[in-house]
Design a protein around this ligand. Sequence first.
Ligand code: SF4
Length: 486
Amino acid sequence: MSYVDMIPWKTKEMEKIAKIFLTDKKLILLRAPAGIGKTSVAVTYLISMAIMGKRGAIFLRTRKEVEHTLAIIKRIISGKKLDLLILPTPSKHDFCVEKPGVPLIKYWCPASECDRLKRRKYSDVEKVLRSQVFSELNSYVRLMAMGMRCPYHICLELLKKADIIIGTHPYFIHEDLFERLGKLAIIVVDEAHNLVGITTFEGDAKNIEEGKIIAEEAMEKGHAIHKYVVRLWRSGDIDRATILAEYDAYRTEKGVEVRMNGKIIKVYPPIELVKDRIENVSKIILMSSTLYPSKFYEKLFAEGINHRLEVIPGLFKSPKRRIVIMDTELSTAVSMRSQEIYAGYASEIKRLHRKLGEKIIVFCPSYEVAKNIAKHLGKEVKDKPEGEIIITVYRGRIAEGVELPEDYKVAIMAGLPFPKISAKDEKIIEVYSKIYRIDKQSIRQAFLMSSMVSALIQAAGRVGRREQGLVIIIDSRAKSIFGGAL
Ligand code: SF4
C-alpha cells in the first residue's frame, strides 16, 4: 500500500509524483503542471513520515496557500486517529493581537513590555491541536490567545514540538526563523521558483552605519544588542532603537552584500540556501509548476549537489483546462507596440467573444497595453470580476488571487508577460553571474523567461478550476518559445 492511498481523491498523476518523492536522493527538483495535486501528495508524504517519527515541513508562498494546505490535510486525516501536532508558522502581522500601531521591529515585544509575553504555558493548546487541524489561521490565533496569551509566541514555542509544519517561505529562507522549527527530517518547498532573486535584507546604508556606532556603544557599556534595543525603546529613544534593530537584522542575515542607490541589500543565491539547509535534513524536495527552463533551475538550486530533476510534461495543462496558441501576427513585444496592434487585439477579442459565447477575461502584460486594448473595445481596465469581458493585467489582483466566478471560462493572454528588469534585479544578476560563473546576459534571459512563464501560469490558473476552461494565447512569439511544452 502506497502512502498516497490516504488521499481520497488520488489520481494516476499523483501516484507518479508519490514515487518521485520516494527517490533515494537527498535533493529532488520536481516540475509538474499546476493543479495536478503536488501539494496533496507532499502533505500526505509528510503525514506518512511523521507517523514514522520523522518531522517535516512544507513551505508555501502566501497565507492563502498555507490555509489551503491546512484544508487539504484536514480532509486527508478526517476520521483517522493520528496523534500528530500539525502547525502553521506565525507571522507577527497575523498573530500579534495587541496591534501596537507602530512598525513591529525586531524585539518589539519585550520593548513594549507586552503583558501577554509573561504567559507561556501551552500544554492545553497542544492537547487541542493534537486532535484537530483548522483551515483558517484566525482559528489558531483565537485558540492561542485564550487566557490573555500571545498567539505569536505560543505558536513559536509549539513549533519545535510540531510533527508537521505548514510554513511560509520566510521560515525556510531566514536563518533565525528556520532555527525556530527545530530539527527537521523532510523539507518540501512549494512554488520553489520564488527562491530565485531573494534578498534577506534591504535597508538604508546610512541607518546601517549609524546602527553600527550604536552597537559599538552598546558593547562598550556591556549590553548585548537585543537588550540595548529594548533599553533604548523603553527610555523613549525610539529612533535609535529602530536603527539598532535594523542594524541587528542586517548583521545576522545571510547573503552577499550589495550597495545600490544609498541602500544595502543582501542577495542570497539559491545554491547557498539549499546547501545551508540540506546539511541537517534527510531530504529536500523543491517543487513548482514553473521550474522553466528546468536546466536553469537545476543549475541555480543543485549545482554540485547529488540530486534528481523530474519533469512531468505540460506547463499549465490540466484535465480541466485546454490551451490554444493562436496563429497570429500580433505581439505585445515592445518593438511591435502600436495602435494598429492594439486594434488587432481588440478585434480578435470581440471575434472570440462572439464565437465562443462565453464571458472572457483578458490578461495584458502592462497597464499601458491593457488601457490601449480596452480603449479599442470601449472598455476600462479592471481588477474586479464584472462584465462580459474583463480587461486586466498579469500579476494584478485578478491574476494573483481574487476569486473569479466560474462563469468566466475563457482566458485570453493578450501578449506574453515578460517583466521589466529593475535596478535591483540587475544587482542580483551580477551576484549570480559571479557565483554561478554564467554570463550576465544568459542569466538575464533566463530570469525574463522564468518570470514570464510564472506570470502566464498564474493567470491561466484563473480558469478551468472546477468547470472546464479554455486559455488562448495570442502572441506571435508563443509558438517558438513553448513548442510542445504546454
Ligand atoms: S507579545 Fe504578542 S501580542 Fe504582545 S506585542 Fe508581542 S506579538 Fe503582539
